[in-house]
Design a binder for this molecule. Structure first.
Ligand SMILES: [Zn+2]
Ligand SMILES: [Zn+2]
Length: 222
Protein backbone atom coordinates (compact mmCIF):
# COMPACT_ATOMS: atom_id res chain seq x y z
CA UNK A 1 0.00 0.00 0.00
CA UNK A 2 3.02 2.28 0.35
CA UNK A 3 6.13 1.08 -1.49
CA UNK A 4 4.97 -2.36 -2.81
CA UNK A 5 7.82 -4.29 -1.16
CA UNK A 6 7.04 -7.89 -0.08
CA UNK A 7 5.53 -7.83 3.42
CA UNK A 8 7.22 -9.35 6.44
CA UNK A 9 5.13 -11.40 8.91
CA UNK A 10 6.58 -11.37 12.43
CA UNK A 11 6.17 -13.76 15.36
CA UNK A 12 6.92 -11.00 17.89
CA UNK A 13 5.23 -7.60 17.86
CA UNK A 14 7.18 -4.67 16.41
CA UNK A 15 6.54 -1.09 17.57
CA UNK A 16 5.55 1.29 14.81
CA UNK A 17 3.32 4.10 13.52
CA UNK A 18 0.63 3.70 10.83
CA UNK A 19 1.84 5.39 7.63
CA UNK A 20 -1.61 6.86 6.97
CA UNK A 21 -3.33 7.79 10.25
CA UNK A 22 -0.35 8.04 12.57
CA UNK A 23 -1.75 5.63 15.17
CA UNK A 24 1.03 4.05 17.22
CA UNK A 25 0.80 0.37 18.10
CA UNK A 26 2.60 -2.96 18.06
CA UNK A 27 2.38 -4.80 14.76
CA UNK A 28 2.98 -8.25 13.34
CA UNK A 29 3.07 -7.20 9.68
CA UNK A 30 5.44 -4.64 8.20
CA UNK A 31 7.60 -4.05 5.14
CA UNK A 32 11.43 -4.03 4.99
CA UNK A 33 11.33 -0.25 4.59
CA UNK A 34 9.63 0.18 7.96
CA UNK A 35 6.10 0.92 6.75
CA UNK A 36 3.18 -0.04 8.97
CA UNK A 37 -0.50 0.27 8.02
CA UNK A 38 -3.24 -0.29 10.60
CA UNK A 39 -6.22 -2.55 9.83
CA UNK A 40 -8.62 0.40 9.56
CA UNK A 41 -6.48 2.23 6.97
CA UNK A 42 -5.59 -1.02 5.20
CA UNK A 43 -9.23 -2.04 4.74
CA UNK A 44 -10.91 1.36 4.36
CA UNK A 45 -11.29 1.58 0.58
CA UNK A 46 -12.27 -2.06 0.16
CA UNK A 47 -14.77 -1.85 3.01
CA UNK A 48 -16.56 1.07 1.35
CA UNK A 49 -17.21 -1.10 -1.72
CA UNK A 50 -18.14 -4.16 0.37
CA UNK A 51 -20.59 -2.11 2.45
CA UNK A 52 -22.17 -0.67 -0.70
CA UNK A 53 -22.99 -4.21 -1.84
CA UNK A 54 -24.09 -5.49 1.58
CA UNK A 55 -26.41 -2.58 2.36
CA UNK A 56 -27.93 -2.29 -1.11
CA UNK A 57 -28.49 -5.91 -2.12
CA UNK A 58 -32.01 -7.36 -2.15
CA UNK A 59 -30.76 -10.94 -2.50
CA UNK A 60 -31.60 -13.70 -0.01
CA UNK A 61 -28.66 -15.82 -1.21
CA UNK A 62 -25.62 -15.27 1.05
CA UNK A 63 -23.39 -17.18 -1.39
CA UNK A 64 -24.29 -14.90 -4.30
CA UNK A 65 -23.77 -11.80 -2.15
CA UNK A 66 -20.39 -13.06 -0.95
CA UNK A 67 -19.29 -13.88 -4.51
CA UNK A 68 -20.29 -10.39 -5.64
CA UNK A 69 -18.05 -8.93 -2.92
CA UNK A 70 -15.20 -11.34 -3.69
CA UNK A 71 -15.34 -10.28 -7.36
CA UNK A 72 -14.26 -6.75 -6.42
CA UNK A 73 -10.98 -6.00 -8.19
CA UNK A 74 -9.79 -4.06 -5.17
CA UNK A 75 -10.10 -7.07 -2.82
CA UNK A 76 -6.71 -8.56 -1.95
CA UNK A 77 -6.21 -12.31 -2.14
CA UNK A 78 -5.73 -12.53 1.64
CA UNK A 79 -7.07 -10.22 4.32
CA UNK A 80 -9.60 -9.58 7.05
CA UNK A 81 -11.97 -7.89 4.60
CA UNK A 82 -13.16 -11.46 3.99
CA UNK A 83 -14.50 -11.66 7.55
CA UNK A 84 -16.85 -8.73 6.85
CA UNK A 85 -17.89 -10.35 3.58
CA UNK A 86 -18.86 -13.57 5.39
CA UNK A 87 -20.81 -11.90 8.20
CA UNK A 88 -22.22 -9.15 5.99
CA UNK A 89 -23.42 -11.52 3.24
CA UNK A 90 -25.18 -13.76 5.75
CA UNK A 91 -26.81 -10.87 7.62
CA UNK A 92 -27.91 -9.13 4.40
CA UNK A 93 -29.50 -12.37 3.15
CA UNK A 94 -31.24 -12.91 6.49
CA UNK A 95 -32.43 -9.30 6.60
CA UNK A 96 -33.87 -9.59 3.07
CA UNK A 97 -35.45 -12.96 3.93
CA UNK A 98 -37.36 -11.29 6.75
CA UNK A 99 -37.74 -14.24 9.12
CA UNK A 100 -35.79 -12.59 11.94
CA UNK A 101 -36.78 -8.96 11.23
CA UNK A 102 -33.20 -7.75 11.06
CA UNK A 103 -32.16 -4.21 10.14
CA UNK A 104 -29.13 -2.41 8.73
CA UNK A 105 -28.20 -1.59 12.34
CA UNK A 106 -27.93 -5.34 13.01
CA UNK A 107 -25.48 -5.64 10.12
CA UNK A 108 -23.49 -2.71 11.52
CA UNK A 109 -23.47 -4.47 14.89
CA UNK A 110 -21.97 -7.59 13.26
CA UNK A 111 -19.28 -5.42 11.65
CA UNK A 112 -18.57 -3.74 15.00
CA UNK A 113 -18.12 -7.09 16.78
CA UNK A 114 -16.05 -8.45 13.90
CA UNK A 115 -13.77 -5.44 14.15
CA UNK A 116 -12.99 -6.46 17.75
CA UNK A 117 -11.82 -9.95 16.83
CA UNK A 118 -10.60 -9.99 13.22
CA UNK A 119 -7.05 -8.70 12.93
CA UNK A 120 -4.57 -9.09 10.09
CA UNK A 121 -2.29 -12.09 10.55
CA UNK A 122 -3.98 -13.45 13.68
CA UNK A 123 -5.24 -16.58 11.92
CA UNK A 124 -1.66 -17.77 12.14
CA UNK A 125 -0.73 -16.03 15.39
CA UNK A 126 -3.57 -17.37 17.56
CA UNK A 127 -5.22 -20.01 15.35
CA UNK A 128 -8.47 -18.08 15.03
CA UNK A 129 -9.66 -16.85 11.64
CA UNK A 130 -11.94 -13.82 12.07
CA UNK A 131 -14.63 -15.41 9.89
CA UNK A 132 -15.62 -17.60 12.87
CA UNK A 133 -16.43 -14.72 15.25
CA UNK A 134 -18.04 -12.79 12.36
CA UNK A 135 -20.54 -15.58 11.76
CA UNK A 136 -20.80 -16.15 15.51
CA UNK A 137 -21.87 -12.51 15.84
CA UNK A 138 -24.69 -13.12 13.33
CA UNK A 139 -26.04 -16.06 15.33
CA UNK A 140 -25.58 -14.18 18.61
CA UNK A 141 -27.73 -11.34 17.31
CA UNK A 142 -30.44 -13.75 16.14
CA UNK A 143 -30.53 -15.53 19.52
CA UNK A 144 -29.84 -12.52 21.75
CA UNK A 145 -26.73 -14.19 23.10
CA UNK A 146 -24.52 -12.19 25.42
CA UNK A 147 -22.20 -12.96 28.31
CA UNK A 148 -24.18 -14.74 31.02
CA UNK A 149 -26.90 -16.16 28.78
CA UNK A 150 -27.44 -19.90 28.85
CA UNK A 151 -28.62 -21.77 25.76
CA UNK A 152 -28.13 -18.73 23.54
CA UNK A 153 -24.39 -18.60 24.22
CA UNK A 154 -24.03 -22.35 23.92
CA UNK A 155 -25.83 -22.22 20.58
CA UNK A 156 -23.54 -19.45 19.32
CA UNK A 157 -20.42 -21.27 20.50
CA UNK A 158 -21.61 -24.45 18.77
CA UNK A 159 -21.76 -22.62 15.43
CA UNK A 160 -18.33 -21.04 15.96
CA UNK A 161 -16.93 -24.46 16.89
CA UNK A 162 -18.25 -25.93 13.64
CA UNK A 163 -16.93 -23.04 11.53
CA UNK A 164 -13.47 -23.24 13.10
CA UNK A 165 -13.43 -27.01 12.42
CA UNK A 166 -14.42 -26.50 8.79
CA UNK A 167 -11.74 -23.84 8.27
CA UNK A 168 -9.14 -26.12 9.87
CA UNK A 169 -9.90 -28.72 7.20
CA UNK A 170 -8.99 -26.19 4.50
CA UNK A 171 -5.71 -24.93 5.91
CA UNK A 172 -2.31 -25.47 4.34
CA UNK A 173 -2.11 -23.10 2.58
CA UNK A 174 -4.68 -20.51 3.59
CA UNK A 175 -7.29 -19.22 1.14
CA UNK A 176 -9.65 -16.63 2.62
CA UNK A 177 -12.19 -17.09 -0.19
CA UNK A 178 -12.39 -20.85 0.40
CA UNK A 179 -12.86 -20.11 4.11
CA UNK A 180 -15.76 -17.74 3.34
CA UNK A 181 -17.54 -20.24 1.07
CA UNK A 182 -17.18 -23.22 3.39
CA UNK A 183 -18.01 -21.24 6.54
CA UNK A 184 -21.19 -19.94 4.93
CA UNK A 185 -22.18 -23.49 3.98
CA UNK A 186 -21.69 -24.63 7.59
CA UNK A 187 -23.69 -21.69 8.92
CA UNK A 188 -26.56 -21.96 6.43
CA UNK A 189 -26.86 -25.69 7.22
CA UNK A 190 -26.79 -24.89 10.94
CA UNK A 191 -29.58 -22.32 10.61
CA UNK A 192 -31.60 -24.73 8.47
CA UNK A 193 -31.29 -27.48 11.08
CA UNK A 194 -32.18 -25.26 14.01
CA UNK A 195 -34.60 -22.68 12.63
CA UNK A 196 -36.04 -24.48 9.60
CA UNK A 197 -35.00 -21.48 7.54
CA UNK A 198 -33.93 -22.08 3.96
CA UNK A 199 -32.04 -19.29 2.26
CA UNK A 200 -31.89 -19.25 -1.55
CA UNK A 201 -30.69 -22.46 -3.13
CA UNK A 202 -27.03 -22.43 -3.92
CA UNK A 203 -24.54 -24.59 -5.74
CA UNK A 204 -22.18 -26.01 -3.17
CA UNK A 205 -18.57 -25.62 -4.19
CA UNK A 206 -16.14 -28.44 -3.56
CA UNK A 207 -13.14 -27.23 -1.54
CA UNK A 208 -10.91 -28.88 -4.13
CA UNK A 209 -12.31 -26.64 -6.81
CA UNK A 210 -12.10 -23.46 -4.80
CA UNK A 211 -9.45 -21.07 -5.96
CA UNK A 212 -8.61 -17.57 -4.89
CA UNK A 213 -8.80 -15.03 -7.68
CA UNK A 214 -5.36 -13.57 -8.35
CA UNK A 215 -5.62 -9.99 -7.15
CA UNK A 216 -4.63 -6.74 -8.75
CA UNK A 217 -3.40 -5.69 -5.34
CA UNK A 218 -1.83 -8.80 -3.75
CA UNK A 219 -2.32 -9.05 -0.01
CA UNK A 220 1.30 -9.62 0.81
CA UNK A 221 2.88 -6.50 -0.66
CA UNK A 222 3.36 -3.18 1.12
ZN1 LIG B 1 6.76 -0.26 2.39
ZN1 LIG C 1 -3.98 3.83 10.15
Amino acid sequence: MVCRSPLQYHTSAVEGTCHYCGSRDQWYISCPNGHFVCDACHNQETMQQIEAIIFQTTSTDPFAIAEQCMDLDILPMLGCQHTYIAGGALMAALKNDGTFQLSDDDIREVFHRTNKQAHGGYCGLTGTCGIAPALGACVAIITGSKCGTDKEQQFTMELVFRVVGAIRELTGPSCCKAYVRTSLEVTVDFLEQNFSITLSAHAKISPRLQTGKMPLLPGWFC
